[in-house]
Write a protein that binds this ligand. Sequence first.
Ligand SMILES: *[C@@H]1O[C@H](CO)[C@@H](O)[C@H](O)[C@H]1NC(C)=O
Ligand SMILES: *[C@@H]1O[C@H](CO)[C@@H](O)[C@H](O)[C@H]1NC(C)=O
Length: 321
Amino acid sequence: MYDTCFNNSFTNGLLFYVLLLLLILISPLLFIWELIITIRSSFQRHENMSGKVVLITGASSGIGELMAYEYAKRGANLAITSIEEPESRLEQIARTARELGSPDVLFLFADVSKIDECRKFVDDTVKHFGQLDHLVCNAGVGPIYSLDIDISKFEPVMDINFWGSVYPTHFAIPHLMKTNGKILVNASSSGVLNVPKAGVYGASKAALISFYESLRHEVAPKIAITIVTLGFIKTNIITSKYSTSTGGVSLRRDIGAVYPTMGPEACAKALVDGVCKGETSITQPRFIKALYLIKCLFPEVYTYYINIYFASGFDKLQKSA
Ligand SMILES: *[C@@H]1O[C@H](CO)[C@@H](O)[C@H](O)[C@H]1NC(C)=O
Ligand SMILES: *[C@@H]1O[C@H](CO)[C@@H](O)[C@H](O)[C@H]1NC(C)=O
């Protein structure tokens, strides 16, 4: 039956158009469905984080740091990690988290791209607190890709963004199974939207989405996984200073000077709220979720416009202000 259908170019094409027609017919339901999810989520109970244990990677700046504070305000114990750098503020962040209400904060230096270091910080966390409730895989880098840059400069992106989330997750799962824990993974809207100049970065994030969407089935219903896809958030990663430190293209202006960005505090709060409710995915700013659908339904139109939008913006980013 399949054979005859797919080998005949008429029926092969017909099936596609029939499915497309069905999609158009049910699309009003999609709108209602999204409304229902939003309303349901606003009534959903938050997990009580008081006395729970949360491990956050890449907590020395940006969203990772702010998520630590959000969890601290909810009374959670924290283990925060980041790579050891001379100007590292991890100790100071631990102090602030304690002041905000966290009973106990452990800070650990580790390179998430090294498997042994990941095993160690997961073990150290459980040894110290006796349990693990949430794992926040947040650490990441984002160099801007260009054809004329030595390709080997981009190798760490996969190691840090992809393996740097998968390793700690792998070692944390046995502990999270015991507590019916949760995992938040930091993917990116560029893992779905395939924007120009984000080739390697976007690929590492697309790999994360694929890995964790699949892992969900292995660990459900004990462990809930929240996949986060963010747009431009006003943190150090979108500054020109950051871009010059990565080995990728150097920008002369901050991305926030050209593109609209979201404030990091509101974003961190939305993330911790979402994980505590056990949401399967979070996209911020929220309009980006509509772009996913547009890309999916009208790929040619999407590709045409995204190129125009980013090419002109990128020109401005390369000129000094
Ligand atoms: C949260 O849990 C703590 C201790 O486990 C308890 O003392 C507190 O009352 C709980 N808070 C709520 C709002 O249920
Ligand atoms: C995710 O990683 C990017 C870098 O890849 C970073 O800028 C951002 O703060 C991280 N956190 C979240 C929750 O997206």
